[in-house]
Design a binder for this molecule. Structure first.
Ligand code: HEM
Length: 525
């Protein structure tokens, strides 16, 4: 066969490749146009409809992903947009499915809630992610998803999150790991380790303790699997060409760690599990799931899903918060004053304290506005459906199998979605928790935790964990300095968007500083 190909004149070989391309793809485009017309809608602006035109797009996406400029690339896509569809464009080059890219709040709302049943993760996402997350809450739709949600939700009800013991234990350890005043520390590294420790303890009742064992095999495997998973998602048409031995090897390492806990839990009989459930202290996420299913694979999948959901998201948000606070000393002082006057300088905060710290909530909201932890996401059309057209314009038709990629990051960075900058409302590109005092974003213009039925189930857990950690740090330290290069910092977008250079900073304890805040602390105490 190979010899036969070599014997063919190169001109015929070239024609053999080009003819199907120039016939198949125009025909496919005409067929799609016909179906869309028949459904009474329109296509959104097209970037490419065949592999030759689409190749630069995919190469550029991979290049920008590697060079950490994915946001610029994504925003650049909209130079192809039209006034009828300014924030949603289309690319379809390989296979049958089309990709729609959007940063339009109305379109994001449509896929996440208005037409929730018509969009989902879809079979291709499931196939790409299932070696890692199996049939978990993250990878499924319909009944399988809603069963997973029902299984997981009880562990996140307010009464459970109110118990701050795990946060207390691991922030205390974090504080011990911080160097003396004035010495540089990468807070991002510490936050990633702390949130892994919190999440593994919450899930399994046993922590990895990566704060003390940073080179634990699990830590490296978890990072590597997520990195490759992101590549597999971005380059989905070329998935089969990406080497995967490190991916599967990493998954094995993760499984080897969690399986003994699953086995131990499954060795408990239902009566023992029921007894455990009466004790808030000993009851873990794993015990709770085992009350409803004895299927080790189901349990493994849900554990992996919550691990991936709960760890990097909070670590990255805490990292960006410290990075921005280092840039705005007045904001840091104001936040610290609020903490000292509400909680005092040493006491561990209670759940009610955390909820009453308004400026702290504004600070976290502002971080999540500029750096939503999940910057890019997607939904597939589970049937022929639509996205609403602009007023007076026809709807955009989305055919079964098409993928709508949406970027919360790109949307939340759109200037036109904010009021004009003024003395009350800082430029939307800058970090300003103060803006939240007189402003509430319009619904769907701010969705760091997503929205609709699949809204983040761990939202309260995450906000509580992050608030607790920040209170402990700000109680102790009167100020901080950034020790990195401001200009070199960048947004590294993998599944979660984190500071590319980490967050090297030096903290200064209150007693090392002539700071008026100490007086406030003493007064509050
Ligand atoms: C700053 C912190 C966090 C942010 C910004 C965040 C954001 C999100 C977003 C955007 C989604 C939607 C993903 C999708 O449907 O494609 C999501 C889902 C989810 N999150 Fe979070 N998350 C955070 C922390 C957490 C924590 C701490 C946990 C648990 C410990 C958690 C558990 C989950 C779960 C289980 C889902 C799946 C919900 C479903 O599909 O029904 N998240 N989160």
């Amino acid at each position: 066969m190979f010899r036969l190909i070599l014997e063919v004149h190169p001109i015929y070989l070239l024609l053999g490749i080009l003819v199907p391309i120039v016939t198949f793809f125009p025909l496919r485009k005409a067929y799609i146009d016909y179906r869309i017309r028949k459904l009474g809608g329109v296509r959104c602006p097209l970037i490419a409809t065949n592999p030759i035109a689409g190749m630069p797009f995919f190469t550029s996406a991979a290049w920008n992903q590697i060079n950490n400029t994915l946001l610029d690339f994504y925003q650049n896509m909209y130079r192809h947009a039209t006034p009828e569809s300014p924030d949603t464009v289309e690319i379809s080059s390989f296979g049958v499915a089309r990709f729609l890219l959007t940063r339009d709040p109305e379109h994001i709302k449509t896929v996440l809630t208005t037409k929730f049943g018509e969009y989902g993760k879809g079979p291709r996402f499931h196939e790409a992610w299932s070696p890692f997350l199996g049939d978990s809450i993250f990878t499924t739709d319909g009944q399988l998803w809603s069963d997973s949600r029902a299984l997981i939700r009880p562990m996140f009800i307010k009464d459970r999150v109110r118990d701050l013991e795990i946060f207390d234990k691991w922030t205390t350890k974090l504080m011990h790991m911080m160097p003396p005043s004035g010495q540089t520390v990468d807070m991002m590294d510490l936050f990633y380790r702390m949130t892994l420790d919190v999440t593994t303890e919450f899930l399994l009742g046993h922590s990895i303790n990566s704060l003390e064992n940073p080179t634990h095999q699990f830590v490296e495997a978890f990072q590597e699997v997520q990195r490759i998973q992101m590549m597999l998602t971005i380059l989905s048409p070329f998935r089969s060409f990406i080497p995967k031995h490190r991916y599967y090897g990493g998954i094995k390492v993760l499984e080897r760690f969690i399986e003994p806990y699953i086995e131990r839990t499954l060795s408990l009989n239902p009566a023992e599990l029921e007894k455990l459930s009466k004790s808030d202290k000993d009851m873990t996420f794993l015990h709770n799931i085992a009350r409803y299913t004895r299927d080790a694979k189901v349990i493994r999948d849900q554990l992996m899903a919550v691990l991936i959901a709960g760890r990097d998201t909070t670590a990255a948000t805490l990292s960006w918060t410290i990075y921005e606070l280092a840039n705005y000393p007045a904001t840091y002082r104001r936040l610290r004053n609020e903490i000292l006057s509400t909680v005092g300088p040493t006491r561990a905060p209670r759940y009610e304290d955390l909820k009453s710290l308004t400026y702290l909530t504004h600070t976290l909201n502002e971080t999540l506005r500029l750096y939503p932890a999940v910057p890019y996401n997607l939904r597939a059309a589970l049937q022929d459906t639509r996205l609403p057209g602009k007023p007076g314009q026809p709807d955009i038709v989305v055919l079964k199998g098409d993928v709508v990629t949406y970027s919360t990051l790109a949307m939340q960075r759109r200037r036109d979605l904010y009021p004009e900058a003024s003395d009350k409302f800082a430029d939307p590109a800058t970090f300003s928790p103060d803006r939240w005092e007189n402003w509430t974003p319009k619904p769907w213009n701010y969705i760091p935790f997503n929205g609709g039925p699949r809204i983040c189930v761990g939202q309260n857990f995450a906000m509580t964990e992050m608030a607790f950690t920040l209170v402990r740090i700000l109680q102790k330290y009167a100020r901080l300095e950034y020790r990195g290069d401001w200009h070199a910092q960048y947004h590294r977008a993998e599944i979660v968007g984190a500071p590319g250079h980490g967050v090297p900073v030096a903290f200064y304890e209150a007693q090392d500083d002539d700071d008026d805040d100490d007086a406030a602390a003493a007064a509050a105490a």
